[in-house]
Design a binder for this molecule. Structure first.
Ligand code: PAF
Length: 288
């Protein structure tokens, strides 16, 4: 479909293996936009798809719960899987192709390559989840190789992931433009995430504390606060007022290197990870 053309509901092509994808991809008019997902699609994913739909002649959505980005004891097994519902979302959003491989398609027998994003992958989420970003960088590189998109769409909510993938693309000279799309939030500020489904009622009521903490620090920054320790303390204080929230980290880091800052003097990223009894949630806020 040409950019700007009216959307009509029609079923996307569902492809599950590499040869079928190659055949379908060869016939797609460009530019081709890829929205990589792990499924359980929500309004945050829809915002990525809609942006791709506006900017690209063809839109491919990949749906793959990538085992290599989950650590031992994490939620790989219980991560929500909802292919039929996801296909309906893709149909209603005018997606052309859904690539939903199984693990053996992405990691065939003998697979032995991985993409290690270096120091960017060992801080923040990477420190809390060792190997996570190697898994992300590897699967995204495979998807880029198979789909050969002109543009790929990622959510700002996973801010470190966007920084890591941008580094990989630049370091490896991958021919794809990354587009980072603003976070979609519920009315109470909670960033949409497939993991919100794990929250019990009380936890769901408590979860907007992540957004309130970010907003408080972003507000202080807007009023001129540049001391990163005070911005971190501000986020900690907001989180401390919520008994169900157990902070994993709060961070004020350089927006490109993700190194923790003493003073905010340029683009930076406020980010935090918080454990609730049933789920661990992350959120972030870019500072210009
Ligand atoms: O953000 C996600 O859903 C995943 O990390 C991604 C980019 C699809 C890679 O598995």
């Amino acid at each position: 479909m040409a950019p700007g053309a009216p959307e009509v509901d029609r079923a996307p092509r569902l492809v599950r293996d590499r040869p079928a994808l190659a055949a379908v991809r060869a016939a797609l008019p460009g530019p081709v936009g890829l929205v990589p997902t792990m499924g359980a699609l929500h309004a945050g994913h829809r915002a990525l798809i809609e942006r791709a739909r506006r900017e690209c002649a063809s839109v491919v959505v990949s749906i793959f719960v990538n085992p290599t980005q989950f650590g031992p004891g994490e939620d790989y097994e219980r991560y929500p899987r909802a292919l039929d519902a996801d296909l309906r979302v893709c149909e209603a959003s005018g997606v052309d192709v859904v690539f939903a491989p199984d693990a053996a398609t992405i990691y065939p027998a003998g697979f032995s390559t991985s993409v290690d994003p270096g120091p960017l992958g060992t801080v923040l989420e990477g420190a809390a989840r060792p190997g996570h970003f190697r898994g992300v960088a590897t699967v995204v590189t495979i998807l880029f190789g198979l789909v050969r998109p002109d543009r790929a769409y990622f959510g700002q909510k996973d801010g470190q992931q966007a920084v890591v993938v941008d580094r990989v693309v630049r370091d490896l000279g991958l021919p794809v433009d990354l587009v980072v799309v603003p976070t979609v939030r519920d009315a109470d500020g909670l960033a949409l995430s497939s993991r919100n489904a794990y929250l019990g009622e009380d936890e769901r009521r408590a979860a907007p504390v992540l957004h309130r903490a970010l907003q408080a620090a972003a507000g202080d920054h807007a009023r001129g606060e540049r001391d990163a320790a005070r911005l971190r303390a501000r986020m900690q204080a907001v989180l401390a007022a919520e008994p169900l929230a157990r902070p994993d980290y709060v961070s004020v880091a350089d927006g490109l290197t993700l190194e923790e800052l003493d003073v905010v003097s340029g683009p930076a990223l406020l980010s935090l990870a918080v454990r609730f009894p049933s789920a661990r949630l992350i959120d972030c806020w870019p500072l210009a």
